[in-house]
Write a protein that binds this ligand. Structure first.
Ligand code: AHR
Length: 645
């Protein structure tokens, strides 16, 4: 029996409850939302990220191994790029002969010093050399569509033409244009429009050379002329439409772990992401690949305006990702970070004659952008973080009182030592990745939160374990979770699902909202659940009581402890739970062969259910309704954390 008190009027549901969170993960931007079709357009992708070389000569590695859908970090692996020029290759036809290499001499721009040197020793009209780009796992070509090409070439003794082409897998020419190069040993810029005669799902791009001599090429860029709002350096139409159709109240950018960086030096830098795209040196995503910064700070703000969303800018507060290097900038480095974030704000909303407002105006946008929220770092809790937060809060509020400042709280339940050490914040951003069944069993989770003088932003949530790549179960869990947020709308004012976008050819995270490859895209059921709940948001809460008999316990995450890891080779050894001084659970040291944790099966001991789930995000779970006064001891390989509920 459900009783609703129609006369009661609880908290208003926040207008800003549903936003979106963009991060460069799983090629969400590069080879995703960013409409660029050429991968590694500036030949910079084999670089070792700045600030990532350790004293030992090893670098703090990106994720270097691939296990099924989920790539993982092996902290001891040296950085090895797969090739000097990823996504590019050379083929020769007939007797043509050439060598290619990466070159740092006479760069097109100092910010992007590498170019591709092509030394052609034998070639003519029918014996040609081709420099081929695979795009992002293929290039989608549509009949009659047009593609805007730009590239730079510097010849030395090369007296031929160069032909740019889109070709099908079996070599059929889909579109082409010939360019004449002057043999003057200077960088020359070539621009053209390729018009497709035929459609093809997995085309490649080629530059074809038919003469001997040396030629350097750099910044080879190809965009569909049709992008979202027809912007030149724009967004892929289908993916941008998915985002716009969610009608997000805000857009959080640029991360996530991306903000934290592998090191502070390699973390994103908004100033480096402005201006001509060919001069942007890029940012190495901690998810294991380079971002060209084509979606830079200006493009982010512009996109917010284009989809009618408020902008939320997250900045690196001088702390690199704890799981990578955890490096903290010393106190004397903090004023520079403050100055930098104030510059970023001035760029977004300062008057057009202010220092950074005038740069915005020169970049084509004299009016302010809709910047409303500033978040200090990502998932960085602790007293040290709190002390830093206090300094940033004061400095930003003094100059821009109209902005709301968010403190990062991490994944676990609101970190009390952090909160106690924070003087004042507008929002706490707590993340909530949960397993299947959690939302149903803990539908009253937020009801129990102590109310404070700050609001809660659930900056990342998803049901992402025990649901494959995301299915109806995941959507029902997400919907239930959202209703729990609505019910607590006196406190929870904003939320965003994470991650948002996934190129299925290079997945970094098990469950994502919108999946795509180079040609196709779809929103998972959770996408439609969020869309429906956003479009049909309640105005306010009514007092409701539900009187339903409990039929049975769900043998799925009924509470207890969840050990989780991001490593598909995870092992949980010597796990021991001592409750009230008595051992209630003890696994051996046989790791994954221990009977308690053999995948897919339950084991039970003293009412404690143990399981190790298989799949993209394995978890060991120890469950029982409640543990009282327990301690947990474990030795686990590569464990990412545990939650106790
Ligand atoms: O959404 C994926 C990752 O999850 C984000 O980068 C990080 O903030 C969180 O841990």
């Amino acid at each position: 029996k459900i009783t609703i008190d129609l006369k009661s009027k609880g908290a208003q549901i926040s207008e800003d409850l549903h936003g979106i969170f963009f991060e460069e993960i799983s090629h969400g931007g590069e080879g995703g939302l960013y409409a660029e079709l050429i991968q590694n357009r500036s030949f910079e992708e084999s670089r070792i990220p700045e600030g990532c070389v350790l004293d030992s000569g090893w670098i703090i590695p990106p994720r270097t191994e691939h296990f099924g859908a989920h790539r993982v970090v092996d902290w001891k692996m040296p950085f090895e790029a797969k090739s000097d020029y990823p996504a590019w290759s050379m083929t020769s036809v007939g007797n043509a002969k050439a060598n290619i290499s990466l070159d740092l001499q006479n760069p097109l721009h100092v910010e992007t010093p590498r170019s591709l040197k092509i030394d052609i020793v034998n070639a003519d009209a029918s014996n040609v050399v081709k420099i081929v780009n695979d795009g992002y796992w293929g290039i989608k070509v549509d009949q009659h569509a047009t593609y805007r090409l730009t590239f730079y070439a510097r010849p030395q003794g090369y007296r031929g033409d160069v032909t740019a082409r889109l070709v099908s897998i079996d070599g059929q020419v889909l579109a082409e244009q010939k360019f004449h190069i002057r043999d003057v040993n200077e960088w020359q810029n070539f621009n053209g429009i390729l018009k497709a005669k035929t459609s093809h799902q997995k085309a490649k791009f080629e530059l074809v050379f038919s003469s001997v001599g040396k030629v350097w090429i750099d910044f080879v860029s190809l965009f569909p002329t049709k992008t979202f709002k027809d912007r030149a350096n724009g967004m892929r139409l289908d993916l941008a439409n998915y985002l716009a159709e969610l009608k997000p109240a805000f857009l959080r950018w640029p991360g996530g772990c991306f903000v934290e960086g592998i090191s502070v030096e390699s973390a994103p830098n908004w100033k480096r992401s402005l201006g001509p795209v060919e001069k942007r040196s890029g940012t190495y995503s901690p998810w294991g690949y380079w971002s060209t910064d084509g979606i830079g700070y200006h493009e982010f703000l512009q996109f917010c305006e284009d989809i009618n969303a408020k902008a939320m800018y997250v900045f690196n507060c001088g702390i690199a990702c704890e799981m990578r290097s955890g490096v903290h900038v010393k106190d004397d480095g903090v004023p520079a970070i403050i100055a930098d974030v104030l510059d970023a704000i001035e760029y977004a909303i300062g008057p057009k004659d202010s220092k950074w407002g005038s740069v915005r105006a020169a970049n084509g946008h004299p009016d302010p952008f809709p910047l409303k929220y500033i978040e200090v770092g990502n998932e960085q809790v602790g007293v040290e973080y709190a002390k830093r937060f206090n300094v940033f809060y004061k400095a930003i509020k003094e100059r821009y009182p109209q902005l709301e400042i968010l403190a990062a709280m991490g994944i676990a339940h609101l970190n009390q030592p952090t909160i106690k050490a924070i003087d004042k914040m507008d929002f706490a951003d707590e993340h909530a990745y949960k397993a299947a069944g959690w939302a149903m069993n803990y539908h009253d989770w937020y009801d129990k939160y102590e109310r404070n003088d700050w609001k809660l932003y659930v900056g990342e949530y998803a049901c992402n374990a025990g649901v494959g790549n995301g299915n109806m179960t995941a959507a029902l869990n997400d919907a239930t979770f959202i209703l729990g947020m609505e019910r607590n709308s006196d406190m929870i004012k904003m939320s965003s699902y994470a991650p948002l976008l996934e190129n299925v050819n290079d997945t970094d995270w098990p469950v994502n909202l919108i999946r795509f490859d180079n040609a196709r895209s779809f929103g998972r059921i959770s996408y439609y659940a969020i869309k429906m709940l956003n479009e049909n948001k309640a105005s306010y809460n009514l007092s409701t009581t539900v009187d339903a008999p409990v039929t049975k316990d769900i043998p799925f995450f009924t509470g207890g402890i969840a050990l989780s890891t991001w490593d598909t080779q995870a092992e949980f050894r010597d796990v021991e739970i001592i409750e009230n001084g008595k051992v209630v659970f003890q696994s051996g040291n046989a790791g994954n062969n221990d009977w308690h944790f053999v995948g897919g099966k339950w084991s039970e001991e003293n009412g404690v259910i143990a399981q190790r789930t298989e799949g993209a995000w394995p978890m060991a779970m120890l469950q029982r309704k409640t543990f009282s006064n327990y301690t947990l001891k474990l030795k686990a390989r590569k464990i990412s954390g545990y939650n106790a509920f």
